[in-house]
Design a protein around this ligand. Structure first.
Ligand code: ARG
Length: 572
């Protein structure tokens, strides 16, 4: 049941010249229950109806006709407040949870239409760092949220597996590399070679020239260069996949930048035909002065292609292949200009789907206090971060629950979950300072806190009915849910009701933090209920009703955690 729409449908005939949807838009959830469960501020209607807000509210109250969903109404300071019938509300919301279970909160908005999500997309032979983690987890959540709302999602890992850097790496490897070392150390060793290349090139500019030529040879299909490149890709992928397994993330396609090698010529040709390319000192570019942007470089002086070239080509390919409703790109905000530039190029090419391209930028992550060992380079290595999180979590668990059976597994779920959650708990565009203390605080607004609340629901349900557990009746009718009329239980039910709306908002705003913050709200309201209202009481009807609420919270917490890619352990 959508209460805003229901209320709007009952008010529309009283408010001349305003549509039902507009009324629904006006209706709010008041911040505290003394101001009603739903409330319509009448201020915006004042001018149109030529009446004072309070007079409008009073008018609505006078005209109000009773309805079983609503208990009573009032007109206060220009607000028309509505109180729900608590028993009915409980039965309605819990009934929906039991009916839909793991689908509770879902909708069919997408109708199977395609959404392409380009996320994670780390660079071969370079460390998978904390920025890529953000892209991975934000992208993964956007994927799951869309899927939950009826879209068919295609997750693409646009690996950075092409570009001048491979010329450098090949040159470096041939000069100073050692096969055994690369095999043993993987990306770390490749990264070392890459850094050495730059150190040496500072004094020897010939190296840069050689690297450029080497990349051109690679683009032309030189066998030796290709073989080395393939090997670097394999080694890197093996490491990335370990990380994805740990995070529980998967992709539908690993078509990286190199996938477009044989597709770029046609696009360059098309750009030429559409008179968009301009030669500039031997290079080819698309001028964007008119749009206050620097030109988008498409072909370098030496004939090499660029990041832009590959993104334009990839977008055209994806549009043909997937006929997408939206194509989403999740990267740090530092790349915003890059995306604006090439989105514009697509538009100038005359493709009307350019408005379906969306860049989803996010802020930087830095680490508070003691730095993680950054042996090579100045990036935070994700693997170290995750390992440390799991270790720290294990220590906390050992202290809190020394007899826990599968401690390793739980430490992984909670440690990794804590990192993911902290990454997703603020508006994505905000820079975040990561702090261990905050992320692992079991009482804060954190992943462990939400997981711990979930564990609490599991343990209550296990202990219910003398250890028998609770079998919920198939229908909520068999329960007396009108007993859930106290403020705490109603607070929880309101949160359950809000889940669907929040998930939908998260999708439209491409903002997974809406779901994370929702989960904290739900957990907090449940814990208030838990502390105020004994659950395993003697009175059978009351006990069953409260257990039904616990069960609903359990289902909703799990659904929400799944959407943001955090696991839900049953004990911890
Ligand atoms: N590989 C890039 C990086 O690590 C991200 C790629 C994002 N996707 C894209 N289609 N440009 O910064």
């Amino acid at each position: 049941m959508n209460y805003k729409s229901l209320l709007a449908s009952r008010l529309v005939s009283q408010v001349e010249g305003v549509s039902e949807d507009e009324i629904a838009e006006l209706i709010e959830y008041p911040p505290n229950p003394q101001m009603g469960d739903l409330s319509m501020p009448c201020f915006k209607l004042s001018k149109q109806l030529r009446k004072a807000p309070q007079a409008i509210a009073e008018g609505l109250k006078e005209q109000w006709e009773a309805h079983p969903a609503f208990e009573r109404v009032e007109a206060v300071s220009g607000y028309f407040n509505v109180y729900l019938n608590r028993g009915q509300f409980a039965a309605d919301v819990l009934g929906e949870v039991f009916e839909l279970k793991e689908r509770f909160g879902s909708q069919n908005i997408g109708n199977g239409r395609n959404i392409v999500i380009d996320f994670s997309s780390p660079n071969i032979a370079k460390t998978f760092h904390i920025g890529h983690l953000r892209s991975t987890m934000i992208g993964n959540a956007i994927y799951k949220i869309h899927e939950f709302l009826g879209y068919n999602c295609v997750g693409i890992n646009h690996l950075g597996d092409w570009g001048t850097q491979f010329g450098k790496l090949i040159v470096a490897y041939k000069l100073w590399g050692d096969q055994a070392a690369v095999e043993a150390e993987g990306i770390d060793e490749l990264q070392r070679l890459y850094i050495k290349f730059h150190d040496e090139a500072d004094n020897n500019p010939d190296l840069e020239t050689e690297a450029r030529l080497c990349f051109v040879r690679l683009e032309q299909g030189d066998e030796e260069a290709l073989k080395l490149w393939k090997w670097f890709v394999e080694i890197s992928l093996k490491e990335f996949e370990k990380m994805y397994a740990l995070l529980g993330v998967r992709f539908d396609s690993y078509a990286g930048e190199s996938f477009y090698n044989d597709k770029m010529d046609a696009i360059i040709e098309e750009l030429k035909q559409k008179k968009l390319l301009e030669e500039d000192d031997g290079a080819q570019l698309v001028r964007l002065d008119e749009y206050n942007m620097p030109p988008a470089l498409m072909i370098k002086k030496d004939g090499g292609t660029l990041y832009h070239t590959r993104d334009v080509t990839a977008a055209i390919y994806r549009n043909k292949t997937y006929d997408f409703e939206k194509a989403i790109y999740v990267t740090d905000a530092g790349q915003s200009l890059h995306f604006q530039q090439w989105f514009k190029v697509i538009e100038l090419m005359g493709y009307d789907w350019s408005n379906k391209l969306a860049h989803v930028p996010f802020g930087k992550v830095s680490l508070e206090g003691a730095k993680l060992s950054t042996r090579k380079g100045n990036v935070i290595r994700l693997e170290e971060l995750l390992t440390l999180a799991v270790e720290k979590t294990r220590e906390i668990i050992e202290e809190k629950n020394p007899n826990l059976e599968n401690r390793d597994e739980v430490a992984r779920q909670v440690g990794v979950g804590a990192i993911i959650f902290s990454d997703l708990s603020n508006n994505r565009i905000k820079d975040i300072v990561f702090s261990w203390e905050d992320a692992l605080n079991f009482d804060g607004e954190t992943g462990p806190y939400v997981q711990y609340t979930y564990v609490r629901t599991c343990s209550l349900l296990r202990r219910a009915n003398g250890g028998e557990g609770i079998e919920l009746p198939v229908s909520s009718d068999a329960l007396n849910l009108a007993l859930l009329d106290d403020a705490e239980a109603q607070g929880v039910i309101k949160q359950l009701y809000l889940f669907k709306e929040r998930v939908e908002q998260a999708m439209y705003k491409l903002e997974p933090s809406i779901v994370s913050r929702y989960l904290v709200d739900l957990a907090q309201s449940f814990n208030r209920f838990y502390h105020e209202c004994p659950i395993l009481v003697d009175d059978v009807s009351l006990r069953q009703a409260r257990l039904a609420l616990v069960k609903s919270v359990q289902i909703t917490l799990r659904n929400g955690l799944t959407l943001i890619g955090v696991e839900a352990p049953e004990k911890m």
